[in-house]
Design a protein around this ligand. Structure first.
Ligand code: NDP
Length: 213
C-alpha cells in the first residue's frame, strides 16, 4: 500500500519517464521534419495563427497551472529554501515567456498600450478632482500619481516611446523625443508648483520617473 504522497511521486516519476520517452520520439521525428512554425511554417497553411496569440495561448498554462498549485496548495516542501529557489527560477522563465515575450514580438506595441492606458487613467483622475462648479487645484491621488506628479505625462511619453519602437523610423523617434521634451518639462514644472502650493504634498512622490526623478 502506498501513501498518497508516494502515489503522487510515482505518478510524477511516470510522467517524467514518459516525457523522456517522448523526447526520444521527437528527436527521431525532427530528423525528418522541422517544427512547422516561424520560418518553417507552410506559406499556404490554412490555419495560420498570429505569433503573439500562439505564444500566449501555448505558454500561459505552463505558468498559470503551477502558479495556482503553489498559491492554493500548502506543502511543507514548498517552504524549503532550495525548493523555493527552483520554483522561482521556473516562474521567472514562464512569466517572461508567457506574459512578456509574446507581446514584444512586434516591438513597442505593449509599451504603447501601457502608456496609453496610464495616460487615460491619469487624465481621468485629474478630471474628477473637481466637483461640478469647483475651481482650484487638489493633490491628485491614485494610480501612478502615488509615485509621480506627472503621471498623465509619463503615460503619454511612454506611449510615444512605444510608438517609436514599433515604427522604428526617424520620424516616429523624432515625435517621441519632441513629446518627451515638452511633457517632461511640464511634469517638472507641475511638481515644483505642487510643492510650493501644498505643504502636505507627499515627499516621496517624484516628478516624472517613479523612485528616481
Ligand atoms: P494638466 O495635467 O496640466 O491638466 C489636465 C487637466 O486636469 C486640466 O483640465 C487641468 O485643469 C486639470 N488638473 C490638472 N491638475 C489638477 C489638479 N491638481 N487639481 C485639479 N485639476 C487639475 O495636463 P495638460 O493640460 O498639459 O495635458 C492634458 C493632456 O494632453 C495630457 O494627457 C497630456 O499628456 C496631453 N498633452 C500632450 C502633448 C503632446 O505633445 N503630445 C502636449 C501637451 C499635452 P486646468 O486646465 O485648470 O489646469
Amino acid at each position: 500500500l502506498f501513501s498518497s504522497e508516494e502515489e503522487e511521486l510515482y505518478v510524477l516519476d511516470c510522467l517524467g519517464y514518459f516525457m523522456i520517452f517522448m523526447a526520444a520520439c521527437t528527436f527521431v521525428a525532427l530528423l525528418f521534419q522541422d517544427v512547422p512554425y516561424g520560418r518553417y511554417a507552410p506559406s499556404t497553411g490554412r490555419f495560420r495563427v498570429d505569433a503573439r496569440i500562439a505564444w500566449f495561448v501555448q505558454e500561459l498554462p505552463a505558468f498559470l497551472v503551477p502558479f495556482c498549485l503553489v498559491v492554493w496548495t500548502s506543502s511543507a516542501k514548498t517552504s524549503l529554501l532550495p525548493n523555493q529557489l527552483v520554483i522561482a527560477m521556473y516562474f521567472c522563465h514562464y512569466i517572461q515567456r508567457s506574459l512578456i515575450y509574446p507581446f514584444l514580438i512586434r516591438g513597442g506595441s505593449v509599451l504603447w498600450l501601457v502608456g496609453w492606458l496610464v495616460n487615460m487613467h491619469s487624465d481621468h483622475i485629474l478630471r474628477n478632482l473637481r466637483k461640478p462648479g469647483e475651481t482650484g487645484y487638489k493633490i491628485p491621488t491614485g494610480g501612478l500619481f502615488e509615485y509621480v506628479s506627472g503621471a498623465n505625462f509619463l503615460g503619454e511619453i511612454t506611449e510615444w516611446a512605444g510608438f517609436a519602437l514599433a515604427g522604428y523610423s526617424v520620424h516616429s523617434t523624432a515625435f517621441a523625443i519632441f513629446t518627451a521634451v515638452v511633457l517632461s518639462s511640464r511634469a517638472v514644472s507641475h511638481h515644483k508648483w505642487y510643492h510650493a502650493k501644498f505643504e502636505d504634498y507627499p515627499k516621496s512622490r517624484k516628478a516624472l520617473v517613479p523612485f528616481l526623478f
